[in-house]
Design a protein around this ligand. Structure first.
Ligand SMILES: [Zn+2]
Length: 279
């Protein structure tokens, strides 16, 4: 779409709602398409922890990396690859990892939860089990998921201190120029002992985090960071250090420890960070 038209639609605050409607239509078409191919995938060995269906394999092709070359150069673990998409409910490997954690490691019942840039399947799981608030800087984009989503800037949240038991911002911080401020705000609104799920794309093979936080050049960002709206690729230890500096405790769950979840076709090369605000 022409940038000028985009800007006009944005100024009228209809650009993101239009995108939301478009995404909703795409989601439905995609769901019907894969349901036609369902028999090709079903079988034993793997299971979707959202819809419960059992599979020989999941769909490989979604979400497609925008710039695979940029990700490959730095060996970025970003949630792409084999066995990504559930052919029935369209859950992704990223969502199934979070779901496995939510079902086994975190008490969510009746808890205050903030879900930033909400993902459809996780939202549907949480909405009737907890006191859930969803928010995004461009809430219109997510209206197809939650019509009550709030407008919030992650670097300047409107919530009071020590309010949430859990904050989920799954693959968000790599989009935010001032990630330190977002980390501070998430820390502030969490209760003592509260948990944050803040998975990001990361690399263990680069010397330091690659970033140009204030870059406003989608083409170059795509070439450098693999996606036009990303502003960095985190080096894993540096990412953990940034969280520690904010005041969180962080425990890195490596591959072996996540083995019980492999049945859900999570990415076997992805670590999970247990992030807590100390008691
Ligand atoms: Zn499913």
């Amino acid at each position: 779409m022409n940038q000028q038209i985009k800007n006009i639609l944005k100024s009228l605050e209809i650009y993101h709602p239009l995108q939301s409607g478009y995404r909703n239509i795409l989601f439905k078409i995609k769901r019907e398409y894969y349901r036609m191919l369902f028999s090709k995938y079903k079988g034993k060995g793997l299971e979707c922890n959202f819809c419960g269906h059992q599979y020989l394999k999941f769909v490989d092709d979604y979400p497609e990396p925008e710039n695979q070359q940029a990700l490959s150069i730095s060996n970025v673990v970003a949630g792409y690859g084999k066995n990504i998409l559930c052919p029935f409910c369209l859950s992704t490997a990223r969502e199934r990892l979070v779901m496995a954690i939510l079902k086994t490691k975190i008490d969510i019942s009746n808890k205050n939860i903030l879900h930033l840039s909400p993902e459809k399947n996780i939202f549907n799981f949480l909405k009737d089990r907890s006191k859930l608030v969803t928010a995004d800087l461009f809430p219109g984009y997510y209206k197809n998921i939650d019509k009550d989503i709030r407008k919030e800037n992650a670097t300047l949240l409107s919530f009071e201190n020590d309010y949430f038991d859990l904050v989920i911002a799954n693959h968000i911080l790599e989009h935010i120029p001032d990630d330190a401020d977002a980390m501070k705000e998430i820390f502030r609104v969490l209760k003592r002992g509260g948990v944050a799920i803040l998975q990001v794309p990361y690399s263990e093979s680069i010397a330091e985090t690659l970033e140009t936080p204030l870059m406003d050049n989608p083409k170059l960002q795509s070439a450098l960071y693999g996606q036009r709206d990303h502003v960095r690729i985190y080096e894993l230890n540096d990412y953990i250090n940034r969280l520690l500096k904010t005041g969180f405790t962080v425990s890195c769950k490596k591959y072996e420890m996540l083995k019980p979840f492999y049945i859900y076709a999570i990415q076997t090369d992805e670590v999970f960070l247990e992030i807590k605000k100390p008691d």
